[in-house]
Ligand binder design. Structure first.
Ligand code: FMN
Length: 183
């Protein structure tokens, strides 16, 4: 079983990356093959709305997105991790998500392999469920459209300094358990 963690935070080793890392560790412990990918280490341009993808030739923008999609197509589960910036995902997450548009055919159906698991992992400062639940719903909507199924949601607030997640050992344990449950 292959599980890919995708993290959108620009902070290397920050809280959201660490949270995803713990989920992946749990999954690895249970026998999965895991990989963590940082969107900020990749070249992923925003969608320019050219609609060339709707003529059936894929995305016209040639960057790392297609490569990343190939990796996703091979995975059995994806753990998507992001910080909350102004009540939503951080900006670097959106080019990656918007470009999924290129996977949709002219009739908006999609041949992306179905049934992959999605886990959402969010960290933030003072926000609570009133902010985090809608962001989780948003991500579920995007990934469900491609045929992913929901396999978990985990979040931690009061994570302003990059290593604040370490103050929540019970959350780290929950993350590892969530990872194990994916396998
Ligand atoms: C530009 C910016 C906007 C933010 N907006 C919010 C917010 O609306 N609500 C919140 O609770 N935290 C907010 N935060 C705090 C981050 O969500 C929090 O520090 C998060 O854990 C960072 O994740 P990282 O360590 O993976 O980068 C914001 C941080 C930045 C830099």
């Amino acid at each position: 079983m292959k599980i890919i963690g995708i993290v959108s935070s620009p902070r290397k080793g920050g809280n959201s990356q660490t949270l995803v890392g713990h989920i992946l560790s749990g999954a690895k412990e249970a026998g999965a093959d895991t990989e963590l990918i940082r969107l900020c280490d990749m070249d992923i341009e925003p969608c320019n709305g050219c609609n060339i993808c709707k003529s059936g030739n894929g995305c016209a923008i040639k960057d790392d997105w297609a490569l990343l999609c190939e990796r996703l197509a091979e995975a059995d589960a994806v753990v998507f991790g992001s910080p909350i910036y102004w009540f939503r995902l951080n900006a670097q997450a959106y080019p990656f998500l918007d470009r999924f548009y290129a996977l949709l055919k002219r009739d908006f159906t999609c041949d992306f392999p179905k049934g992959k698991k999605l886990v959402v992992a969010l960290t933030c400062g003072g926000a609570g469920p009133e902010t985090l639940n809608p962001v989780n719903e948003y991500l579920k909507n995007v990934f469900n459209y491609l045929g992913f199924v929901n396999a978990g949601f985990i979040w931690q607030n009061n994570c302003l300094k990059p290593d604040d997640l370490a103050n929540y050992p019970e959350k780290i344990e929950e993350a590892r358990g969530l990872g194990r449950s994916l396998v």
